[in-house]
Design a protein around this ligand. Structure first.
Ligand code: GRF
Length: 218
């Protein structure tokens, strides 16, 4: 079967992008990373994508007068590359409702908290300050509001005594790198899909009881 064509949108170091690239190296993984777009010309992730031989494009938001024109350029690049699913991976631009609805069901994001708790920025610092004992990460469909949208999968991570924001971030990031490829695979295989405002799963997935830490299903 033809592999789904994936675009990854980044702004920074691109470690989640790298995790998706690595997962897609497995011949059995149902996706091919066809395009990496960065809105920042100096994003370190661009070099990693280059090393992996993946087509890269810089679409710098500063070159556009408004958000709509920037997103029109993004949309055109995605269409030209015949992209099926778009993964945001540390992409630091807020997308409009129009973009989210144009890519509805095919646009996903990863966030380093157990949403809907701790949306937004400086998540790790805020979790440490709040004294939470469980942290984690979430992969969700993108909707018009930031860090909201139906949840596809989550992984919980303990907050340990002595943690600071950096230690916690590193522990969560390790799980992000597992969760993102697993959730993308669920979507591509049709084992999870957006139905109205929620996500429905194939029975074979719900029966395992493993949705809090979705495995890559064989
Ligand atoms: C990750 O923590 C991700 O959850 C958040 O931004 C960070 C990006 O890191 N949205 P990287 O660029 O994937 O290394």
């Amino acid at each position: 079967m033809a592999k789904a064509r994936i675009a990854i949108l980044i702004s920074g170091r691109g470690s989640n992008m790298q995790a998706l690239i690595d997962a897609a190296r497995d011949p059995d993984y149902p996706a091919e990373i066809a395009l990496v777009i960065s809105n920042r010309p100096k994003a370190p992730g661009l070099a990693k994508a280059g090393e992996a031989g993946i087509q890269r494009e810089v679409i710098n938001h500063k070159d556009f007068e408004n958000r709509e024109d920037f997103e029109a350029a993004l949309h055109d690049a995605l269409k030209t590359a015949k992209i099926d699913f778009v993964c945001l991976a540390g992409f630091m631009r807020v997308l409009t409702g129009k973009f989210a609805s144009d890519w509805r069901g095919r646009l996903i994001n990863i966030h380093p908290s157990l949403l809907p708790s701790f949306e937004g920025l400086h998540v790790h610092e805020r979790m440490i300050e709040a004294g939470v004992k469980l942290a984690g990460c979430t992969v969700h469909f993108v909707s018009a509001e930031v860090d909201s949208g139906p949840i596809i999968g989550q992984t919980a991570v303990p907050v340990l005594p002595g943690d600071d924001a950096d230690k916690l971030a590193a522990r969560i990031l390790e799980e992000e790198h597992r969760l993102y490829p697993a959730c993308l695979k669920l979507l591509i295989d049709g084992n999870a899909r957006l139905t109205g405002a929620s996500v429905t799963y194939d029975e074979s997935i719900t029966a395992t009881g493993a949705l809090s830490n979705p495995p890559i299903k064989d």
